[in-house]
Design a binder for this molecule. Structure first.
Ligand SMILES: NC(=O)c1ccc[n+]([C@@H]2O[C@H](COP(=O)([O-])OP(=O)(O)OC[C@H]3O[C@@H](n4cnc5c(N)ncnc54)[C@H](OP(=O)(O)O)[C@@H]3O)[C@@H](O)[C@H]2O)c1
Length: 260
């Protein structure tokens, strides 16, 4: 890891910053001098910098508006917006098990939360002619796990397409827009997915994990990513070192996606 104070004087909003990839991003940005406001639904007991946190459900319109307003009030301006919140809580078992409620939830968490934060915060970035927006997608946008997380995969596909389109509009105005597509990352969400799949197939976690790895076509690197490894890519993209990068999606999957 490159240890610098490169984010001194920079301010960020990172959604979903208390666990998994988001927590690793928050810690890495703060470690390099950045001011970071974050949000999650629950308040962790050992929450660092509690003044820079608001509990909210950002799968809702009101949650996004409150968090955006609180972050702006605390930070004064936002140089980087990193939308990490996402995940799947829909039942496995194919398309017929996905009712309207499940689709609404998956789209709100994985697409609309990011869209709504951009609508709240991009205008000020455009006005300043400077900023970076990063959306966390998934390799499932090209490799949908159709039995277990179809609505999630479809929402991430929409997020990646939206990111590309937004970059066309914002890049000429000085705002870089990027997306990151992780493969299997060892986080609480991944553990919960394995638990859910195990519960639905006889209760054996090892079998469920094996099936999940197989459905990804295996991981050539032989292991899932650590959250800090995904965070390192995201933080690089947020930095001035990535100043010419916009409109691209970066995959971090240990080689899982089989196509060029
Ligand atoms: N882990 C993987 O293998 C993997 C692979 C591909 C893509 N991704 C993507 O990477 C991102 C992060 O995943 P992760 O595995 O790090 O997830 P995670 O461990 O479950 O962490 C999710 C974070 O978001 C917060 N959160 C969840 N729903 C929220 C809501 N509605 N409103 C506000 N905060 C909310 C959680 O806190 P609370 O629970 O307290 O709200 C937590 O801080 C997601 O977009 C996910 O789709 C992950």
């Amino acid at each position: 890891m490159i240890e610098t104070r490169e984010f001194e004087g920079r301010s960020f909003l990172v959604t979903g910053g208390t666990k998994g990839i988001g927590a690793a991003v928050v810690s890495r940005l703060r470690g390099a001098g950045g001011k970071v406001f974050t949000t999650a639904r629950s308040v962790p007991e050992d929450l660092p910098e509690p003044d820079y946190f608001m509990a909210a459900d950002v799968g809702t319109v009101s949650g996004v508006k409150s968090v955006a307003a609180a972050a702006l009030k605390k930070l004064g301006r936002i140089d980087g917006l990193i939308s990490v919140v996402g995940g799947s809580s829909a039942p496995a078992g194919g398309f017929a098990r996905l009712d309207d409620e499940a689709w609404d939830r998956e789209l709100s968490m994985n697409l609309l939360s990011a869209v709504r934060f951009d609508r709240e915060l991009a205008p000020a970035m455009i006005e300043r002619g400077r900023g970076v927006i990063i959306h966390i997608s998934s390799i499932q946008r090209k490799m949908p796990l159709h039995d277990s997380t179809l609505a999630y995969a479809a929402a991430k596909g929409a997020l990646s397409t939206y990111s590309k389109g937004l970059s066309k509009e914002l890049s000429p105005k000085g705002v870089r827009v990027l997306s990151v597509a992780p493969g299997f990352v060892k986080t609480e969400a991944a553990e919960r997915l394995i638990d859910r799949l195990a519960a639905q197939s006889g209760g054996d976690r090892e079998v469920a994990l094996g099936k999940l790895m197989d459905s990804l076509g295996g991981i050539p690197m032989g292991r899932p990513a650590e959250p800090a490894e995904a965070a390192e890519l995201i933080v690089f993209l947020a930095s001035d070192r990535a100043g010419y990068l916009s409109g691209s999606e970066f995959t971090i999957d240990g080689g899982s996606v089989p196509t060029v």
